[in-house]
Write a protein that binds this ligand. Structure first.
Ligand code: ADP
Length: 682
């Protein structure tokens, strides 16, 4: 028997290995099974080039559990005594040493923790044995054993068959790895698509209401998953079936893209556009990353562009460096190329479906748009490609490309300054009356009700030339697209002000909302009272909700305009009644206020250019007193108008109707409205 020290510099490497990557101890199984697969593949290669002439036989790799051990057995090339010394004693452990030295502080940032290899066995085992017999003629079977100290033993042994058994004596604090269910789920996670059959226990079947073992091996993997095949060999159903096997709970995917490149890097895989039922499902980490069919990770951030992490599927590339940290990964030139390649493939595929089967594309647009919008928003080169196949949808569910839509509205929706005005609604029901009014004018209204649409609107305003997006309820229809200079106002300013005061006094208090009342001449047929909300303020608030660092806007109240149409019969009547009831008082108040105003203006004029201490105290006092008197009169006027308005149910009724139309009339206010309506009918 030979004894020796394995090639480590640290006194005892094992405590380090154990501590290291504590949460990821489970990867030992992946490492051992993939070593077994590699050894098997090597034998197949030797056989195919004629160096190995014996029987290959059944090459299934077996994983088995015993009371205290896990054994991984293969019938691959095996190891000679010299090879054990070279690959296990020296290289493997010096590799371990380097690895730990390099990543001491950064171990968890390393994707997949590849490179740990054989010695990862010591994360879970107190003793490891290798029983192996090389394929080479006359090779002696060898047994290597190591109990976690840097000492090992190596001796000859008996082994009938070619290949290697790795036997792990599981540590007391790792007993979970002796449970069948645990190993079964680990094999499923890491080994489902390994290229050599892996058996774990025997197949079970139901018999008399019980599960019983059959004589047949339980093969846990699919050795030729679809991404290893040529697209020409596959049918749609194959892709769908593979998708179902990966995501049994998901709906059928919208599209898929088969990736297959050999140069300048190796990449295979199938990416799926999932059908997303709700936002909650939009989670990343659904793409699985493999390296030569060995599962590495389901977190592909940094490898594929951010927006594509929303896709589902599988990527397999031996050219993605796996033993480096994420931050390093993003600057890796292969990873950059792979990421660019995937973006291009995805946009090519979308472009071709759009071109060849537009109706199918439009049908799926609603589900697709979240991906495309996200891509356009986050990735400039994707925008450049996607702008030709991204779609607008109008409120009648018709779809247009950006270019088509521009042509459609150019004639009718260009304002006096040459800006193209895109009108949109974010809710067809809530904004119905505004959409209706816009359509009556021959305008087209887009439906922008998607999660990212507000951000898309802002992006497009920057990308497209001379254009603005306005929500249909952001102004009265004639001002949404201003075609001539300001229309004539038919009502005197003083009367407009009185109307505003009068209505303002009756606007109910609504939480986190503020109203500015304005009187405008909108024509006899337009509604008497309307509520609009400035595009700018509303959008700032909406952006605040989806963007960090804008919370200032998010906390502001919603600002609405209550627009009174001075041309409408009902408003005219209110004004007429007001004149009948208040005109005497108002005239006298107005006269007094005007006199005071003239007086204080004159005084102020005299003070122009003077410093505060040059103004006589008497004049300062006089000015103060004039202001005070004016304020008192103003309050009187407000009181007069509010008292009048309070006795005019029609004022409150008109306001409530406008609120109702915008879904803003609730609770007590709504109940009072209903009561008042009944009284008015009666
Ligand atoms: P890696 O697989 O990355 O080279 P490992 O530490 O996992 O590193 O393994 C070291 C070496 O030991 C392998 O390169 C291989 O030559 C040999 N080896 C490991 N497992 C087996 C096995 N089951 N059969 C034959 N050789 C093996």
């Amino acid at each position: 028997m030979q004894k020796g020290n394995i090639g480590v510099t640290t006194e005892n490497i094992f405590p380090v290995i154990k501590k290291f990557l504590y949460s990821d101890h489970e990867i030992f199984l992946r490492e051992l099974v993939s070593n077994a697969v590699d050894a098997t593949q090597k034998l197949k290669t030797l056989s195919s080039i004629g160096e190995f002439n014996g029987e290959l036989g059944d090459l299934t790799v077996h994983v088995s559990l015993d009371k205290e051990t896990i054994t991984v057995s293969d019938r691959g090339i095996g190891l000679t005594a010299e090879e054990i010394d070279k690959y296990i004693n020296q290289i493997a452990f010096s590799g371990a040493n380097d690895f730990l030295e390099k990543y001491k502080n950064d171990a968890n940032a390393i994707i997949g923790h590849f490179g740990l290899g054989f010695y990862s066995a010591f994360m879970v085992a107190k003793k490891v044995e290798i029983v192996t017999k090389s394929w080479k003629e006359d090779a002696k079977a060898m047994k290597w054993s190591c109990d976690g100290s840097p000492e090992f033993t190596l001796e000859e042994t008996e082994k009938a068959d070619r290949g290697t058994d790795i036997i792990l004596y599981i540590d007391d604090d790792c007993k979970e790895f002796l449970e069948e269910a645990r190993i079964s789920s680990l094999l499923k996670k890491y080994c489902s698509f390994l290229p050599v059959a892996i058996a774990f226990g025997k197949k079970k079947e139901w018999k008399d209401g019980k599960q019983v073992e059959t004589a047949e091996d339980n093969i846990i993997n699919e050795t030729t998953p679809i991404w290893t095949k040529k697209p020409s060999e596959l049918k749609d159903e194959d892709y769908k079936e593979f998708y179902r096997s990966l995501y049994p709970m998901s709906d059928e995917p919208l599209f898929w893209i088969h990736l297959n490149v050999d140069y300048p890097f190796h990449l295979t895989g199938v990416l799926y556009f999932p059908k997303v039922k709700s936002n909650i499902e939009l989670n990343k980490n659904k793409i699985q990353l493999y390296c030569n069919q060995v599962y590495v990770t389901d977190s592909v951030e940094g490898i594929v562009p951010d927006f594509l992490t929303l896709l589902h599927g599988v990527l397999d590339s031996p050219d993605i460096p796996l033993n480096v940290s994420r931050s390093y990964l993003q600057s890796d030139s292969n990873v950059k190329k792979i990421s660019t390649y995937i973006t291009k493939k995805v946009s090519d595929r979308l472009q071709s479906i759009f071109k060849n089967d537009r109706s199918q594309y439009e049908e799926k647009w609603n589900d697709l748009k979240i991906f495309i919008n996200y891509g356009m928003l986050t990735q400039e080169d994707f925008y450049e490609r996607a702008k030709d196949f991204a779609l607008f949808t109008d409120t009648n569910s018709k779809h247009f490309t950006f270019e088509e839509y521009q042509k459609l509205i150019k004639e009718n929706q260009t304002d006096k300054d040459g800006n193209l005005i895109y009108l949109y609604a974010s809710n067809k029901d809530e904004q119905y009356s505004y959409i209706d009014a816009a359509e009556a004018k021959g305008y087209s209204v887009l439906l922008m009700d998607g999660q990212l649409d507000i951000a898309v609107v802002s992006m497009l305003e920057q990308k497209l030339e001379k254009c603005r997006f306005m929500r249909v309820d952001s102004d009265v229809i004639d001002r949404l697209i201003v075609k001539e200079d300001a229309e004539k106002q038919t009502l005197a300013q003083e009367k407009q002000d009185e109307l505003s005061i009068l209505f303002k006094s009756q606007v109910p208090a609504i939480d986190k909302s503020e109203f500015t009342v304005v009187a405008q001449s909108l024509g006899e047929s337009a509604a008497p009272v309307m509520i609009t909300q400035s595009e700018y303020m509303r959008r700032m608030k909406e952006m605040a909700n989806i963007q960090a660092g804008m919370s200032f806007y998010g906390e502001m109240p919603d600002m609405f305009n209550l627009v009174l149409n001075t041309d409408h019969k009902l408003i005219k009547e209110v004004l007429q009644h007001e004149e009948e009831a208040c005109s005497n008082d108002l005239t006298s108040l107005n006269v007094q206020m005007n006199t005071l105003d003239t007086e204080r203006k004159n005084l102020r004029k005299q003070h122009e250019g003077k410093k505060q201490d040059e103004i006589p105290t008497a004049e300062k006092d006089q000015l103060e007193s004039l202001d005070k008197q004016w304020d008192e009169l103003k309050n009187k006027k407000n009181d007069l108008l509010s008292t009048f308005a309070g006795n005019q149910p029609v004022v409150r009724q008109l306001i409530d109707l406008a609120l109702l139309q915008n879904g803003m009339l609730k609770g007590e206010a709504l109940t009072r409205f209903v009561k008042r309506s009944i009284e008015l009918i009666g």
